[in-house]
Write a protein that binds this ligand. Structure first.
Ligand code: ARG
Length: 418
């Protein structure tokens, strides 16, 4: 008998991807190599998940700890870029897809697999991200989107199919929510959240304390940044992964990092999303404050525009694309002097910057003070203002003359003054 072709499957151990193993074997006649990515999600034990794949006849199952790679090479870049999609969402799910895709492609190469399969739905962003990332890493790999292709759409039909095909059906009641989580937080959607009028129930959160119930005593933490990267907490040097865990815990315990928003998905749908991402939110707030201190005005303003672009292309799954790479190079250049310490106060849902210092601070006491040490050249202001407003005052003068003539257009600001 000819050897079967191999498909590498992104496996979570849940019902969808377990059905996917069987479906790929039975319906597609493929041998399955499963890959379980440890990205910091809550789980039942990944060895157990691996065993489930093997019990179902998977050729092999890799459990890969991607957390450090994720923290060092993905999240660190997101902090430097202040990556917030639609100015709010710290991209948590969008950030994990590129790293998972990278390992899927590596394993596909190792097994000379022609296919990579995933279990994302056809309505979300994640299918786009996986497929786009994989195609950029190896355009020759063909994608099988199991959930999009198979006929059982309703969960009950899927459970029936699973039972008929020897797929272990989870005995625990499925959570009414769709949750995606990793080292930097959780995304929660579906269930009662689908009505934007419903306040999120308090039991959906696991990483953040309800701000109303958080401690009455604030937590202060000093965050050291080196060239835009957080490197120490309260003076203690840390690698990116433990640092994210520690700041996430401190911020989450004080109720920081919750987000409830209407979001524009790439696939054209507006969705209601609830997130808890205490580490990223605290670090981005701190990092932005340090940039305010250390970046020259034109550079800071220009970067703000590119940050929006960066977040959107990352959200859209273009992590490995050329524009993202080029913006990263720009961002890296801006971070040369973003070194210093930010003191944060974490208190009942707020993370507030209360202290800033940097050897590269552009803050100049003499220029800003109103006290005796003032070095600002006040006389220069008059000429500066005259020339700064010259085009506009020239325009206004000419309009007034024109307005005096019959039929001339008089701007509303002039008639309003009458
Ligand atoms: N809307 C978010 C995003 O596109 C979160 C998606 C999370 N996935 C999930 N299955 N809950 O990045």
């Amino acid at each position: 008998m000819a050897e079967k072709e191999i498909v590498v499957l992104a496996y979570s151990g849940g019902l969808d991807t377990s059905c996917a193993i069987r479906w790929l074997q039975d319906e597609k006649n493929l041998d399955v190599v499963a890959v379980v990515g440890e990205v910091g999600q809550e789980h039942e034990g990944l060895e157990k998940v691996k065993q489930r794949a093997l019990d179902m006849g998977a050729l092999d199952c890799y459990v890969i700890d991607m957390r450090e790679d994720f923290a060092d090479n993905i999240v660190a870049k997101a902090i430097k870029a202040n990556g917030l999609y639609e100015n709010k969402y710290p991209l948590l799910s969008a950030l994990s897809r590129p790293v998972i895709s990278k390992y899927l492609v590596q394993i596909a190469h190792k097994h000379h697999a022609k296919y990579i399969a995933h279990g994302c739905t056809g309505k979300g962003n994640d299918q786009v991200r996986f497929e786009t990332c994989i195609s950029m890493l190896d355009p020759s790999i063909e994608i099988i989107a199991c959930v999009r292709e198979w006929p059982f759409k309703a969960r009950t039909a899927e459970m029936d199919w699973a039972a008929e095909h020897g797929v272990p059906v989870p005995t625990t009641r499925k959570s009414p929510y769709s949750i995606d989580d990793n080292l930097v937080g959780r995304a929660i959607e579906c269930g009662v959240l689908e009505d934007p009028w419903n306040e999120p129930p308090s039991d959906i959160y696991t990483l953040t304390v309800d701000p109303e119930k958080a401690s009455d005593v604030p937590t202060y933490v000093d965050i050291d940044f080196e060239q835009g990267k957080p490197v120490a907490l309260d003076g203690q040097k840390m690698e990116m992964k433990p640092l994210l865990e520690k700041i996430g815990k401190l911020a989450g315990d004080n109720g920081c990092g919750r987000l409830d928003m209407i979001e524009n998905r790439l696939v054209g749908v507006k969705s209601r999303e609830v997130y808890e991402c205490p580490s990223c939110i605290a670090l981005i707030v701190a990092h932005k404050a340090l940039e305010d201190l250390c970046l020259e005005r034109e550079l800071l303003h220009y970067k703000l525009g590119l940050e929006q672009k960066w977040a959107t292309i990352v959200y859209d799954g273009l992590w490995y694309g050329p524009l993202k790479e080029a913006i990263d190079a720009f961002v890296a250049s801006t971070q040369t002097y973003v070194t210093g310490t930010v003191r944060m106060k974490l208190y009942k849902g707020n993370c507030t910057v209360v202290g800033l210092k940097s050897p590269y601070s552009l803050y100049d006491y003499g220029l800003v003070t109103y006290e005796e040490d003032d070095t600002f050249h006040h006389e220069a202001a008059a000429g500066f203002i005259e020339l700064h407003g010259l085009t506009a005052s020239n325009w206004a003068a000419k309009r007034l003359v024109a307005g005096a003539k019959e039929g001339g257009h008089v701007p509303a600001i002039f008639t309003d003054c009458e």
